[in-house]
Design a protein around this ligand. Structure first.
Ligand SMILES: C[C@@H](O)C(=O)SC[C@H](NC(=O)CC[C@H](N)C(=O)O)C(=O)NCC(=O)O
Ligand code: NI
Length: 146
């Protein structure tokens, strides 16, 4: 048995691809269009997982875009998607410059939370040891819940 993917429904496919690919750095590995079901599935992989995702489809995020649905109520039963990053300060800088709210800043050089355009929580964890506290993040305050 192996882990394959996490599926999330997105109300605006382009906005979600801009968030996950252009800003966060994931890569599209494949997509399928279903005319009958009126939906598109797009599979995204983190750069370090590309070889595995291309070969076996794992591990990926499966974006489900229903052509006739724009809004999804957020269930508390779903928590977050977590990624290990090379430099959490650089990623949070890039996200913030792109207009993404940093709900839980990486004050400790280790962990941050942001949300996707559909308000899905994304956890960012520093690969390896935490970085030294550094401004502006060391004094940044939480923004809302994550
Ligand atoms: C290909 C495989 O990884 C899938 O997950 S397809 C599963 C299938 N998805 C859909 O039908 C997408 C459109 C549908 N309107 C939806 O929003 O899910 C499915 O069975 N989905 C139901 C589910 O609970 O995931
Ligand atoms: Ni699936």
């Amino acid at each position: 048995m192996k882990y394959l993917h996490t599926m999330i429904r997105v109300g605006d496919l382009d906005r979600s691809l801009h968030f996950f690919c252009d800003i966060l750095g994931l890569k599209e590995v494949r997509r399928t269009e279903n005319e009958k079901g009126r939906y598109t599935l797009v599979y995204l992989a983190a750069p370090a997982d590309l070889a595995g995702a291309a070969q076996s489809g794992a591990p990926t995020i499966e974006l489900t875009y229903n052509w006739d649905e724009r809004e999804y109520a957020g269930g508390r039963n779903f928590g977050h998607l977590a990624f290990a990053v090379d430099n959490i300060y650089e990623v949070c800088d890039r996200l913030q410059k792109a207009g993404v709210t940093i709900n839980r800043p990486p004050r400790d050089g280790h962990m941050a939370f942001v949300r996707t355009p559909d308000a899905i929580s994304i956890e960012l964890l520093q690969e390896g040891e935490p970085l030294e506290p550094a401004e502006p993040w060391a004094s940044a305050q939480n923004v809302g819940a994550w």
